[in-house]
Design a protein around this ligand. Structure first.
Ligand code: ZN
Length: 503
């Protein structure tokens, strides 16, 4: 077989694997939206069968042979050609999958499945001891996983690499430290400010049916294509890119929490726009896939916060919102509405945190999981360390572990190395937005007219259509002139909140 034929076969198999995985995604979407509770057992059987088929094909030694044939040819001479990029990334996933012994994969699956159940119970009982044995096993297994995968510096790096290929904990630590030095004083300054926006506007009555209509209208206006996507309700909002022409987002509605559903929709719309912007002709290959979780999150956080919580956005949308939510907003000014959705306050729960304190929540988790992976911190001492850090960085202490170290699903699910991607998303969002704003001669004016197409076209061209051609830091470097850099985010936050709080 010649190299070209080997490459063609590789791509055929890659597309087939993606199609198979998309069947699981669709079943997963259905499980969280419309499946009746009685379908749970059969659904688990369906998903288990598909996962087994996927794993068998993804680790087929034939794939390794095909990769070897192409790698030793001049087809990949240009490292950023479509061929070279696809081969680089297919090799990466093949290696990750085949380096892990089957026994370890199965043990991790069993432990995290039990860990999830223990986490649900522990959180309900507010009892960390209940989760402790599972969590100890999970961290031990994840250390084994890192050893199998290999790393240069610390084991934690091998795990981060799964979500943010190429990122290193040492660089992340520098980035987080720089953010911490700027954000901790900013949060204190805001807390001491005399001006206090009225948060209660957000918790007035916003009827759910109208929230739905308003959310869909805005989603469509910023570019989410409902002929190639849909929006449904779930308990835990998510975005699922099923395949070309089919991107599904979800949200949850509460009549007394306007911001939850609305910004939840914009967040998932940001993810969805990325998926809808991928090149369909590269579907099923790395060139048709998102770069990393950090870059994915940069898109969601950009539409949710940088765009959605901006004054110019509401210059256009507030008069419309006021017609839709007549009772709630009749006596509210645009400025008060804008300030109300931008209240900054240290809080205990990450997913409810504002734009400024959010990164401190992530920083705490990053520091803790780095220490847990190194065994510098025994898992049994996690609750104490958690509370200490919340007191230190945010000046507050959880009253119980459900609002402390038991609040997130990640660790009990074995997702270690995932948290830093949230803050990378914020950092990349500010960098990319700053560049788009400069390239396009200012975005607030078109936003105030309800025109969001300039930003979306810019993102399509610079980020979405590129697929995995470049790794995240490299992509940021090429577009903005620097790898992840905390400064644009800090500058943006200081300008915005300095004005809102008069500091
Ligand atoms: Zn997200």
């Amino acid at each position: 077989m010649n190299a070209q034929a080997a490459y063609d076969e590789l791509i055929r198999r890659s597309r087939e694997l993606s199609t198979l995985a998309s069947c699981s995604s669709l079943l997963g979407w259905d499980e969280q939206t419309y499946m009746p509770p009685g379908g749970a057992e059969h659904r688990a059987a369906q998903l288990g069968l598909l996962a087994g088929m996927h794993h068998e094909r993804a680790t087929d030694p034939k794939l390794g042979e095909l990769l070897g044939l192409v790698e030793s040819s001049d087809l990949i001479a240009d490292p950023i050609s479509t061929t070279a990029v696809n081969v680089r990334e297919l090799r990466r996933s093949y290696n990750r999958l085949t380096k892990l012994p089957r026994t370890l994969v199965e043990e991790l699956a069993r432990t995290t499945s039990r860990g999830h159940q223990e986490w649900v119970a522990a959180r309900h009982e507010r009892n960390f001891g209940r989760l402790l044995p599972s969590l100890e096993t999970i961290f031990a297994l994840k250390r084994q996983e890192a050893d199998c995968l290999g790393y240069h510096d610390v084991a934690y790096d091998a795990l981060i690499d799964e979500y943010e290929p190429g990122a290193k904990s040492k660089d992340l630590a520098t980035l987080f430290a720089a953010l911490r030095n700027e954000l901790v004083p900013l949060v204190k300054e805001i807390a001491a400010a005399k001006k206090k926006p009225d948060r209660s506007i957000m918790t007035r009555e916003f009827p759910i049916d109208r929230q739905r209509i308003f959310g869909e209208t805005v989603a469509s206006a910023v570019g989410f294509d409902f002929r190639r996507g849909r929006l449904d309700s779930t308990e835990h909002p998510f975005c699922s890119g099923i395949g070309p022409g089919d991107t599904r987002i979800t949200t949850r509605y509460d009549p007394r929490q306007f911001a939850d559903a609305f910004f939840g929709i914009l967040h998932e719309v940001g993810h969805g726009l990325y998926d809808q912007g991928l090149d369909p002709s590269h579907y099923g290959t790395p060139m048709g896939e998102a770069v990393s979780l950090g870059i994915h999150e940069s898109q969601s956080r950009m539409w949710e916060n940088v765009v959605g919580r901006s004054r110019s956005f509401w210059t256009y949308w507030f008069p419309i919102a006021r017609q839709v939510f007549r009772e709630a907003l009749t006596d509210v000014s645009r400025e008060d509405f804008y300030a109300s959705m931008n209240v900054v306050e240290p809080s205990l729960i990450r997913v409810q945190a504002d734009e400024v304190t959010y990164n401190l929540h992530v920083l705490i988790r990053f520091e803790l999981e780095a220490a847990l992976m190194k065994s510098d911190l025994p898992v049994a001492e996690l609750p104490g360390a958690w509370n200490e850090k919340y007191q230190h960085y945010l000046g507050i202490t959880p009253k119980h572990h459900a609002e402390g170290c038991l609040q997130d699903i990640h660790w009990s699910a074995g997702l270690i190395g995932y948290f830093p991607t949230y803050t990378l998303g914020n950092v990349y969002a500010a960098q990319l937005y700053g560049k788009a704003d400069a390239d396009l001669g200012g975005l607030s004016e078109p936003f105030a007219r309800g025109d969001f197409s300039g930003l979306l076209d810019w993102l399509r061209q610079n980020v979405h259509i590129q697929g995995q051609r470049f790794r995240a830091a490299d992509l940021a470097q090429r577009i903005t002139g620097s790898p992840p850099d905390h400064r644009p985010l800090v500058k943006m936050l200081k300008a915005k909140y300095g004005e809102i709080y008069g500091i």
